[in-house]
Design a protein around this ligand. Structure first.
Ligand SMILES: *[C@@H]1O[C@H](CO)[C@@H](O)[C@H](O)[C@H]1NC(C)=O
Ligand SMILES: *[C@@H]1O[C@H](CO)[C@@H](O)[C@H](O)[C@H]1NC(C)=O
Ligand SMILES: *[C@@H]1O[C@H](CO)[C@@H](O)[C@H](O)[C@H]1NC(C)=O
Ligand SMILES: *[C@@H]1O[C@H](CO)[C@@H](O)[C@H](O)[C@H]1NC(C)=O
Ligand SMILES: *[C@@H]1O[C@H](CO)[C@@H](O)[C@H](O)[C@H]1NC(C)=O
Ligand SMILES: [Mn+2]
Length: 567
């Protein structure tokens, strides 16, 4: 997290800095009291292989790596391990969401099994399908939704490919146990060409006797998540479509809360708060509420701190659904008719990836909303790597999907995306987006600029009314760059410790302590509240780099703004 904010312009390929994006926060130790409402890092989980914590901006950070790669060669899982169900539940295991600790004698088997799904299958197989889970909702949530019988009914669509028996059926049982049966039309399991033996006849037999009507739709060929969901949606009889991943656990009240939003406004697409089911222990861990979904310059979905307006609204009533610029895409509910009116999914996208952003932009730009319902909490097993093959190759598929998003929805920002993303640029010309552009025209959707201005005003993309380019120190002829982060985090931030103060880069909050003014005659960058100048440190140049000093007119305090074309 330590910043290395200044580097040679020549060496580093021109690092583009967007002035409004980076904000340099000066925190005088003396004024630490002024640090408003900062939330301190909260550790969720930590061991030798993984660390999860909530950072100061309320973002969940997962640092870790896949356990069990061949330091000691782990034998491959056998055919039987892969194809037979070894589900062997013990009543106390995982009860109320507590972690499952595997006994030392089972560690080798655990690692073998881990390879199959990239989560701890041995732990999952010990947990009952109807284990109890903690209720992490705010108290008030349980008093709402008394009129739930008046809500629209839903089909719950779960796509799976070679899913483990215990995680798939725990998903199904959690739906059964935590949903009012009046609200569930049916559960539809869509099998995307699984090869596992137990997912064939055994699964069919098993679902015959479930308390909620459950069906399986099969695809003989691997069609990918997007087309598999479309297959499920086509057959769905419910008024609402609710999509879940195949390794989730729903908690009490999750469904009423989602459906009440759609009852109030059928054009709102609503997501639950996604809690974390730990991939190594299957512990059910509360995730942080104060974030929403957005994306970075590479069109990767990311969680960011909630916008100021949403935070204010939440102060009045933290149980109310709040807007989110994009959705993660795995778990959401949507009115079925609206799903089709809006063009369902882009059928020329393949397998997985980018479809969540495509739908997010389409929903917002074409008259809908995306919200997160804080009274709805669903756990999801987050994995560090994917166990699945990616038909067509991950790069070509993923970047074709993203290129389609950029071509159809991003206007000028599409060109910006292609300029900085070579892999997408390479597949751009192969895309035929005529039908999707026609859809956009027919629905009279708004522009991407409107989306940025109104739905995500905190965005950090270039715009014509902002400077976009390099900030160069005149004295050193070097550029200001955002921190080079070792730790995975979603926002540019880091520390540079110097003399009496810290210089820190973080996402904009709108506070005065983040504001600077630029004098284009003296070329000074002056801090608004203390009138000091951004300077390059004499002693610790380029490792800890930036300081603020009294303004003295020296070249090390002169910064020039070199515009870069972005369209
Ligand atoms: C284990 O599986 C990998 C990938 O499927 C294969 O390349 C390798 O040969 C297998 N090793 C053994 C010992 O079977
Ligand atoms: C789960 O189901 C088993 C039997 O199938 C039952 O004995 C147990 O009480 C159930 N547990 C919960 C938490 O409902
Ligand atoms: C995808 O592209 C990246 C960056 O060019 C490359 O490092 C990686 O090997 C590629 N992966 C595949 C599977 O082609
Ligand atoms: C692109 O798709 C449209 C309809 O989706 C079709 O009419 C058109 O011929 C296609 N263009 C090319 C170059 O394939
Ligand atoms: C400096 O700013 C002023 C007012 O904002 C503007 O009129 C002037 O052209 C600028 N000068 C340079 C050299 O950019
Ligand atoms: Mn998943």
């Amino acid at each position: 997290m330590i910043a290395a904010p200044v580097r040679r312009c020549k060496k580093v390929f021109p690092v583009i800095l967007f002035f409004a994006t980076i904000v340099i926060v000066i925190i005088w130790r003396l004024f630490q009291i002024q640090i408003e409402n900062e939330i301190h890092p909260r550790h969720i989980f930590r061991d030798n292989n993984q660390e999860e914590y909530i950072d100061k901006n309320g973002i969940k950070v997962v640092v870790g790596h896949y356990v069990g790669n061949p330091v000691h060669k782990i034998p491959n899982a056998s055919y039987d391990m892969i194809n037979k169900v070894n589900f062997n539940p013990k009543p106390e295991k995982g009860k109320n969401g507590v972690p499952v600790i595997v006994e030392p004698k089972d560690l080798l088997v655990m690692q073998q099994l881990f390879q199959i799904n990239r989560f701890n299958l041995l732990a999952s197989d010990q947990i009952p399908l109807n284990r109890s889970l903690p209720d992490f909702r705010r108290k008030k949530c349980s008093t709402l939704y008394k009129d739930f019988v008046t809500y629209p009914r839903t089909s719950i669509i779960i796509v799976f490919h070679n899913e483990a028996w215990s995680t798939l059926l725990r998903t199904v049982w959690s739906v059964i146990n935590s949903s009012p049966k009046e609200l569930v039309e049916e559960i539809i399991l869509v099998d995307d060409a699984s090869e596992r033996e137990y997912l064939k006849k055994s699964l069919e037999d098993y679902i015959q006797n479930l308390p909620l009507k459950t069906r399986i739709l099969r695809s003989a060929e691997r069609i990918g998540l997007i087309k598999a969901r479309l297959k499920g949606a086509r057959e769905a009889k419910g008024e609402v479509l609710t999509f879940l991943d195949a390794h989730c656990e729903c908690t009490i009240g999750w469904l009423e809360s989602l459906l009440s939003v759609i009852k109030a406004d059928r054009k709102t697409v609503v997501c639950p708060v996604i809690d974390i089911i730990n991939d190594e222990t299957f512990a059910y861990v509360k995730s942080f509420e104060l974030h929403w979904g957005a994306f970075n310059w590479n069109l990767q979905f990311r969680w960011f701190t909630l916008g100021g307006r949403e935070i204010k609204l939440r102060k009045n009533d933290a149980t109310q659904p709040f807007n989110s610029p994009t959705m993660a895409g795995g778990l959401f509910a949507m009115d079925k008719k609206f799903f089709y009116e809006l063009g369902s999914y882009d059928e020329d996208m393949n397998v997985w990836g980018g479809e969540n952003l495509e739908m997010s932009f389409r929903v917002w730009q074409c008259g809908g909303k995306i919200q997160i319902a804080p009274c709805s909490r669903v756990g999801h097993v987050f994995r560090k790597s994917s166990p699945y093959s990616f038909p067509g190759g991950i790069n070509k598929t993923l970047f074709s999907n993203l290129a389609r998003v950029a071509l159809v929805w991003l206007d000028d920002w599409g060109n910006f995306y292609f300029k900085f993303n070579e892999l997408a640029r390479n597949v751009k010309d192969a895309q035929n987006v005529t039908a999707r552009k026609e859809l956009r025209r027919r629905l009279q959707c708004k522009s991407f600029e409107w989306y940025l201005d109104n739905i995500w005003p905190q965005h950090f993309f270039p715009k014509d009314d902002r400077f976009f380019g390099r900030i160069r120190n005149v004295g050193e002829n070097m550029c200001l760059i955002k921190p080079d982060r070792k730790v995975m985090s979603n926002q540019p931030m880091g520390l540079a410790k110097i003399e009496k103060c810290l210089v820190r880069i973080m996402a904009c909050s709108g506070y005065n302590r983040q504001k600077w003014e630029y004098d284009n005659k003296t070329k000074e960058l002056r801090h608004i509240s203390n009138h000091k100048c951004l300077d390059v440190s004499e002693s610790k140049k380029f490792t800890e780099g930036l300081v603020i000093n009294d303004c003295n007119g020296k070249k090390s305090q002169q910064w020039s703004f070199d515009s870069v074309l972005w369209k």
